[in-house]
Design a binder for this molecule. Structure first.
Ligand code: TXA
Ligand code: MG
Length: 383
């Protein structure tokens, strides 16, 4: 299959009459797969009501079939036919954060989408992306668009059209390319249960922002996904066992304590670069840097091609085959925007050992650490 590549100038999207988006929307209606930019990462879109189209998403990505998809809408009026009930608090959060990187898990009307979208759950995840190309494409398609991140399963999510093509060229019908995405990390996934708002996946909207809108009667609880359960599919267990075996020295395996996988996707191996990655966290920058350098030196002695990811101003202080710096302690947004690109870059550079610096667990730092811990297969050194 030849993958169409529509380069859409961001500034030229004010009208609804972009012929490239018309073509892409028409192909979506015909059941084809079209990747498109959002403000978080590129998504791999398909008509959510077309079972064959949704099936094709799982095939193209190599995605486990029990991992449900997020449905993307362009208009709040689309919710009525998609969800049985939208609680008033959800409406308030939509007022505050839509369009934007916030995904709601709501009771589904099963007739509205293919059963593969919800993976048999009685809920559906919904979001309205804050990107002019995404909104125009969804609107013109006139459909609900199911869209996971447009990467091969297990790889870092794509924040540039090149990343999508690296993983899916020839496997999908087309890609709408509007340049790099802004935020760089996926949306926050939430589910309301009584007076508790569960954050199933930390993301672009922080727990602090949610709490501010919810008020003090609602408890915002960040319940990140669990480690693979004993009864997990074997492919998944193997992936994670392999990671555990690679743990050396004093590295700690963190196993978030959650009773059940509320958000099925959180249990899978994610964002993994090809090289072995370790995350170094700590309060004192000098100790963190010393540990990063020590780990790199040891890996170098063992014959590894080494890489380090740190803050921009720390780059001159570190030595490795590849050193990347982004953002700063008090400014994590650039690191969030570049994290997945950096992980893919390390792969391209042939790095077999990657030491990455952790950050504070505040604001976007929560989502950043969540992704970095997963990329590192939960190999974490605390200093
Ligand atoms: O920013 C994003 O959310 C991007 C862009 C493309 O919108 N999409 C994305 O999709 O990250 P994906 O498929 O990579 O992640 C969807 C997450 C998974 O962790 C999945 O398990 C969870 O949402 N999810 C989907 N439906 C769910 C449901 N009904 N209940 C609980 N979790 C659900
Ligand atoms: Mg994904």
């Amino acid at each position: 299959m030849n993958t169409f590549h529509w380069k859409v100038p961001l500034g030229g999207l004010s009208g609804q009459d972009n012929p490239m988006l018309h073509e892409a929307a028409q192909l979506l209606r015909e059941g084809e797969l079209v990747a498109f930019p959002t403000e978080t990462v590129y998504g791999l879109g398909a008509d959510a009501a077309n079972p064959a189209a949704v099936e094709a998403i799982f095939a193209a990505k190599g995605r486990p079939s029990d991992n449900p998809l997020i449905v993307h809408i362009a208009d709040r009026s689309q919710l009525t036919a998609l969800c049985r009930n939208v609680p008033p608090l959800a409406e308030r959060l939509m007022d505050a954060f839509w369009p934007g990187p916030l995904t709601f898990v709501l009771p589904v009307r099963p007739e509205a989408v293919s059963g593969r979208v919800t993976a048999g759950l009685d809920t559906v995840a919904v979001r309205m992306p804050d990107h002019p190309a995404a909104l125009a494409l969804i609107r013109q398609s006139g459909r609900y668009i199911a869209a996971p991140s447009a990467n091969r399963s297990g790889r870092p999510s794509p924040t540039r059209a090149e990343h999508v093509l690296e993983d899916l060229d020839g496997r999908i019908c087309g890609i709408v390319d509007a340049g790099p995405t802004g935020l760089g990390l996926e949306s926050t996934v939430i589910q309301l249960e009584g007076d508790v708002l569960h954050v199933l996946r930390p993301g672009g909207i922080t727990a602090e922002q949610l709490q501010a809108v919810c008020g003090e009667k609602i408890h915002v609880v960040v319940s990140e996904g669990p480690a693979p359960a004993a009864d997990a599919p074997s492919a998944m267990r193997e992936a994670s066992d392999e990671q555990v075996n690679r743990v050396e020295g004093q590295a700690v395996i963190s196993t978030p304590d959650l009773e059940a996988p509320r958000s099925p996707g959180m249990k899978y191996t994610h964002y993994a670069p090809a090289g072995q990655m370790i995350l170094v966290t700590g309060e004192r920058p000098q100790q963190v840097l010393a540990k990063l350098q020590q780990l790199v030196n040891e890996a170098k002695q063992q014959g590894h091609r080494t890489a380090v990811l740190a803050f921009a101003d720390e780059v001159p202080l570190l030595t490795a085959d590849v050193v990347l710096g982004c953002g700063a302690d008090g400014q994590l947004e650039p690191l969030a925007a570049q994290l997945y690109h950096a992980l893919r870059f390390f792969d391209e550079a042939g790095a077999t050992f990657i030491a990455a610096r952790g950050c504070r667990r505040t604001g976007i730092g929560h989502a950043l650490l969540n992704r970095m811990e997963k990329a590192a297969g939960h190999r974490i050194e605390q200093v």
